[in-house]
Ligand binder design. Structure first.
Ligand SMILES: [Zn+2]
Ligand SMILES: [Zn+2]
Ligand SMILES: [Zn+2]
Length: 200
């Protein structure tokens, strides 16, 4: 049902030192028993989805049956950042499988924080697999990204931050207004300003 990858040319835009299994997830065992992979493929096939769009530049990303599963990365978020995302239940919570292409992760599109305009850098993320948290919320660049969705006061101090990338994707209580929400996850227009590369 899913495509079989014929070569690794999709990753040739990476600098040479990143074209290896430390930066691109490769198949580990011959049986192919892998929870993350079955999670993604099972959900996508149940919706008859064999390709997703990059939520940033809209490029079509075919899904492959083995690692690396995509020319970019998948990530789970309670936010659907694009129209063409897949809804799942994970850990009892409603989530969406979003996708970002390798070009956007490597800085090929101009992606800036909607608040402070700092350029977003996804180049440290592992390619070809799925993150179980929101990669856009995981590396907050300014205090605005850490405010309460309801009262707009600081839920977490940007200088202190949280210990784990995944913590920004959890529901937490605002210390001021007590609102319990995914405070650091917002719709695309409140997260990034995306400028398409001119060659697209
Ligand atoms: Zn993209
Ligand atoms: Zn910012
Ligand atoms: Zn609040």
């Amino acid at each position: 049902y899913f495509r079989r990858r014929v070569d690794m040319s999709a990753f040739s835009i990476l600098p040479k030192h990143k074209q290896n299994p430390y930066h691109i997830k490769m198949e580990e065992d011959s049986q192919g028993n892998d929870e993350t992979r079955s999670f993604v493929l099972t959900h996508l096939s149940s919706y008859k989805v064999s390709a997703l769009n990059c939520v940033l530049c809209k490029t079509v990303l075919p899904v492959f049956d083995r690692y690396p599963m995509i020319d970019g990365t998948f990530f789970l978020s309670p936010q659907a950042y694009g129209e063409n995302v897949v809804q799942v239940i994970s850990d009892g919570r409603l989530q969406f499988i979003n996708a970002v292409c390798v070009g956007c992760l490597e800085g090929g599109s101009d992606i800036r924080c909607a608040a402070c305009k700092k350029k977003w850098d996804g180049s440290t993320l592992l390619l070809g697999t799925m993150y179980s948290y929101d990669i856009f919320a995981a590396m907050p660049c300014c205090q605005k990204r850490l405010t309460c969705k309801h009262c707009r006061r600081a839920v977490v101090d940007v200088n202190t931050g949280l210990s784990f990338y995944s913590e920004y994707s959890r529901m937490i209580t605002c210390p001021y207004c007590k609102a319990y929400d995914y405070h650091f996850i917002r719709p695309m227009s409140d997260t990034f300003v995306v400028k398409q590369p001119i060659w697209n």
